[in-house]
Design a binder for this molecule. Structure first.
Ligand code: B1M
Length: 211
C-alpha cells in the first residue's frame, strides 16, 4: 500500500498518532504537501463522508477522523504557508452561526496565509454581526464565510445584510464557500464571490486584495 493510501486508511480509522507519523514520513520522503493533502487526508475524509451518509459510521467516528485529519494538517501547515511575507491584505474568516464544521475553513485559511494574506480566524458558529464588527475593527478587505450544512448556508445572507446595516458593504468583499453552495446561491444572497475549493479561494482573495 502506498504511504498516501496508508494515511487515508489510518484517517478513516481515526488513528491520529499514526496519521501524524505517516504524514511526517511522507514529508521527509519528499512527497509534495499538496499530494499528501489531496490523496491522503482529503481522500480519507471523503470515504468517511460517504460512509456517514450511508449510516455506516456515526458522529463519534467522524469526529475522531476529523481529529486525525487536523493532526495531519498541522504538520502540513508550514509547508502550505510561506513565512515572512508582508500581508497582502486582510481576511476575516469563520464558519457561520449554527455550523461546527471547520476542516474546510481551516484549509482555506492555510491557503490564504500561504499567499501572504493576514487571516483573522473567528472559528466556528460565528454570528453575522461578529464577522462584520471584526471586519470594521481590523479594516479587513474580505469577509470569508464557510458553511457545510444546507440548514446554515442561509446565515450568509445575514452577513451580507449586517454589512449593509453597518455601512461597510462597499468596503468589503464577501466570499462564500462550502460543499452545499454554488455560484447561483452566492448571487441570490448578494455576496460577491463563491469559491469551490481552498486553492481558488486563496487565489481570488489575493486578486481582490491586489485591487
Ligand atoms: Co457533518 N455533515 N454533521 N460533521 N460532516 C456533512 C457536511 C454531511 C454532508 C454528511 C452527510 O450526510 N453526508 C451532512 C450535511 C448534509 C446537508 O446539510 N446537506 C452533515 C451533517 C448532517 C452533520 C450533522 C447535522 C450530523 C448530526 O449531528 N446528525 C452535524 C451538524 C453539527 C453542526 O455543525 N451543527 C454534523 C457534525 C459533524 C462532525 C462534528 C462530527 C464533523 C465536523 C468536525 C470538524 O469539522 N471539526 C463532521 C464532518 C467531518 C462531516 C463530513 C464527513 C466531512 C466534512 C469535511 O471536513 N470535509 C461531511 C461529509 C463530507 O463532506 N463528505 C459532513 C473535508 C473538507 C476539506 O471539505 O469542508 O467541503 P469541505 O471544504 C472544502 C470546500 O467545500 C471548500 O474548500 C474545502 C477544500 O478545498 N470550502 C470553501 C469550504 N469552506 C470554504 C469557504 C470558502 C471557499 C471554499 O470561502 C470563504
Amino acid at each position: 500500500m502506498s504511504i498516501l493510501n496508508e494515511i487515508s486508511t489510518f484517517l478513516q480509522q481515526g488513528r491520529a498518532k499514526n496519521v501524524k507519523e505517516l504524514v511526517q514520513k511522507a514529508i521527509d520522503e519528499g512527497v509534495p504537501a499538496e499530494s499528501i493533502l489531496k490523496e491522503g487526508l482529503i481522500a480519507g475524509m471523503n470515504v468517511i463522508g460517504e460512509k456517514f451518509k450511508n449510516n455506516e459510521v456515526y458522529v463519534p467516528d467522524v469526529l475522531i477522523a476529523a481529529r486525525a485529519m487536523n493532526a495531519g494538517l498541522e504538520l502540513l501547515r508550514p509547508l502550505l504557508v510561506s513565512s515572512g511575507v508582508k500581508a497582502a491584505g486582510k481576511v476575516v474568516i469563520g464558519t457561520v452561526k449554527g455550523d461546527l464544521h471547520d476542516i474546510g475553513k481551516n484549509l482555506v485559511r492555510m491557503m490564504m496565509e500561504g499567499k501572504g494574506l493576514e487571516v483573522i480566524d473567528l472559528g466556528v458558529d460565528v454570528p453575522a454581526e461578529k464577522f462584520v464588527s471584526t471586519a470594521i475593527e481590523t479594516g479587513a478587505n474580505i469577509i470569508a464565510c464557510s458553511a457545510l450544512l444546507t440548514t446554515t448556508m442561509g446565515e450568509m445572507k445575514n452577513v451580507v445584510e449586517a454589512s449593509i446595516a453597518q455601512g461597510i458593504r462597499d468596503k468589503v468583499k464577501i466570499m462564500v464557500g462550502g460543499a452545499p453552495l454554488n455560484d447561483n446561491f452566492c448571487k441570490s444572497i448578494g455576496a460577491d464571490i463563491y469559491c469551490p475549493d481552498a486553492a481558488s479561494a486563496a487565489d481570488e482573495a489575493l486578486k481582490i486584495c491586489a485591487g
